[in-house]
Design a protein around this ligand. Structure first.
Ligand code: SF4
Length: 301
């Protein structure tokens, strides 16, 4: 396979074949994100991608069960680009059971229900979507995605865009993984961010739910805000309090919850809402020092 670094994938895709069908992120504007700042967004030519799939199939076609399509918001590819790729994947990898990609809410909302159903029928069955926060003020500060057409400044349009995208994803029969970012509201909006995130996690009703922890990366707009305007990340105890609110208040129908990303201080796992109270107890133990936290040196982005 041919990769243009940097290359990112969710922790749960560690054993997947990665097809880098797009380079970078079409939005590339979130204030905290450094991931693709060095890359100009583009969609790679279909013939190149089909060639790569054929090469991968010759090497380990009988072993591949999962494919992750990179980079940052690969769902933006037109259906006419996706369908030949998905068909080739099904043809070449007999054991394939999952194809996934990152998606912004706007990527989903710009596709029609029929287009999403077509993608699902052709094999795309899991989307990773990162609203990061359910607090509208925080979402706008993060510049999470473009303002939907027609939305007024007064509306909770970013919150609503994620609820709409989640509903469309589920209606198309795809699984949805929603990702929230502890610390995204800074100290100033820590309560609103945690409560809003629990509310949005409930409203999105994903199959999988994850929390990551924000790191302020040098040279991002957020780093400049921190330097010039005094924006501050909550300390580790503040971050754990946010996690407590998220697991205690989020009430999806049934979502597998994980904090297994390397950025987190406390790895947790369970099913929400069933295990919410149990996880709150574990966080209280960690806050009291009875459960060790991940060492700062071992944390990663
Ligand atoms: S949508 Fe994702 S990849 Fe793109 S800028 Fe925002 S956080 Fe980064």
């Amino acid at each position: 396979m041919q990769y243009t670094p940097p290359l990112f994938r969710p922790p749960s895709e560690a054993n997947s074949l990665i097809l880098q069908a797009t380079l970078g992120c079409s939005w590339n504007n979130c204030t905290y994100c450094h991931m693709y700042r060095s890359k100009q967004f583009s969609i790679r030519p279909l013939d190149e991608l089909l060639d790569e799939l054929q090469t991968a199939a010759r090497q380990y076609g009988h072993r591949i069960e999962k494919i992750f399509v990179a980079d940052g918001d690969a769902l933006i590819m037109p259906v006419s680009h996706w369908v030949p790729l998905l068909r080739e994947m099904r043809k070449l990898f007999p054991k394939l059971r999952q194809v996934s990609c990152y998606a912004m809410a706007s990527n989903v909302n710009e596709k029609s229900p029929l287009e999403l159903e077509t993608l699902r029928a052709e094999g795309l069955n899991l989307l990773y979507m990162g609203p990061e926060s359910g607090d509208e003020v925080t979402l706008r500060q993060l510049a999470k995605q473009p303002r939907p057409k027609g939305a007024s400044r007064e509306e909770d349009y970013l919150f609503d865009a994620h609820v709409e995208a989640a509903a469309k994803t589920r209606a198309a029969g795809m699984k949805l993984s929603a990702i929230f970012l502890l610390g995204a509201g800074g100290i100033e909006r820590t309560v609103e961010h945690a409560q809003g995130s629990a509310k949005l996690a409930t409203a999105m009703n994903p199959h999988f739910l994850a929390a990551l922890t924000l790191t302020v990366v040098p040279d991002t707009p957020l780093a400049k805000t921190a330097e010039n305007l005094g924006w501050e990340l909550p300390d580790v105890y503040g971050l754990l309090e946010e996690l407590k609110v998220l697991v205690g208040q989020a009430k999806p129908t049934r979502a597998l919850f994980r904090t297994n990303h390397a950025s987190n201080y406390l790895p947790l796992g369970g099913t929400l809402p069933r295990d919410g109270a149990k996880m709150v107890e574990l966080i209280d133990l960690a806050l009291a020092g009875a459960i060790p936290l991940r060492d700062e040196d071992l944390r990663g982005l």
